[in-house]
Design a protein. Structure first.
Length: 121
């Protein structure tokens, strides 16, 4: 958030700094909320994970839309806020992909028994 505010401030002054910080803040709140909600659903009833995940997905993008419609179109920090949101989303998704690809998830390799060794004959 500080980096986005610093870059926004350098490029567009105080409105750019506010826009950069607001863009990162909105994305961070949306993703943190959905992560906590999905983790909660998984701990309560794993069958709710998909429903809660999709609901929070709709919530996140509704939040982004509400923020864009609430901000005046001629506000000088609007472009900085939009860029900060896009960069934040790409960074978050990239970090999740990186973590998922490097996570040591236990797996099971199943080998079919040789023909004729089936327990049901």
């Amino acid at each position: 958030m500080l980096l986005a505010a610093a870059i926004g401030g350098f490029l567009a002054g105080a409105p750019g700094a506010i826009g950069g910080a607001a863009g990162v803040g909105v994305v961070a709140v949306g993703y943190a909320f959905s992560s906590v909600a999905v983790a909660w659903a998984d701990s309560v009833a794993p069958s709710l994970v998909m429903t809660v995940g999709l609901t929070t997905y709709v919530f996140k993008f509704t939040l982004l839309g509400v923020v864009f419609f609430a901000v005046p179109g001629d506000w000088p920090g609007l472009r900085t806020m939009a860029v900060a949101m896009i960069v934040s989303i790409l960074t978050w998704v990239g970090a999740q992909i990186w973590w998922t690809l490097r996570a040591e998830v236990p797996t099971v390799t199943y080998h079919l028994p040789p023909a004729g060794d089936h327990p049901i004959a």
